[in-house]
Design a protein around this ligand. Structure first.
Ligand SMILES: [Zn+2]
Length: 161
């Protein structure tokens, strides 16, 4: 890491610290090293970006990396499922290591559904919504999950419209 750091400095790259978060609504910060050594953590967390990128572009890159992986919410094909936390159910769920959880239990039940189709509206709302989740549904014919739309903050949706 130290070696790379000097190499990057020589090449004139710019250090850009990034907060990595996990794929849960709590967005816990990811740890890179078992020891959680502060110096090592900082070096893993640092992205090196070219100074040739404009400042706006660099900011966008950092912002994107900081957001972490997108939250994924599933529209289950089988509606007879039970939340592993509260025993409830619903038309959307989030998979957790222990099993499916309802949106109330993961703290996303205040979000509103925006169906896919309007790319411009989707982009606007996504940029404006501090929290959002991608809604997917399994296609039996295509044998893969397909995007149905987004869950977004009602305020962001109202503003974008
Ligand atoms: Zn629940």
């Amino acid at each position: 890491m130290q070696l790379f750091q000097s190499w990057a400095t020589v090449r004139g790259l710019i250090a850009s610290p990034t907060a990595y978060v996990d794929r849960t609504p709590q967005r816990r910060e990811l740890r890179f090293s078992r020891s959680e050594d502060a110096k090592m953590e900082a070096s893993y967390r640092t992205h090196w970006v070219s100074p040739e990128l404009s400042e706006a572009k660099r900011e966008r890159l950092t912002e994107k990396a900081s957001r972490g992986p997108e939250l994924v919410v599933v529209q289950p094909l089988n509606t007879e499922w039970t939340c592993h936390r509260c025993g409830g159910t619903g038309n959307l769920l989030m998979m957790e290591p222990a099993g499916p959880a309802c949106l109330r239990c993961v703290g996303l039940d205040d979000l509103e559904f925006l169906s896919a189709g309007d790319a411009l509206l989707t982009r606007r709302v996504k940029a404006n919504s501090a929290r959002y989740a991608v809604v997917v549904r399994f296609s039996r014919t295509r044998r893969r999950y397909e995007r149905q739309g987004l869950l977004v903050e009602p305020r962001a949706l109202a503003e974008a419209r």
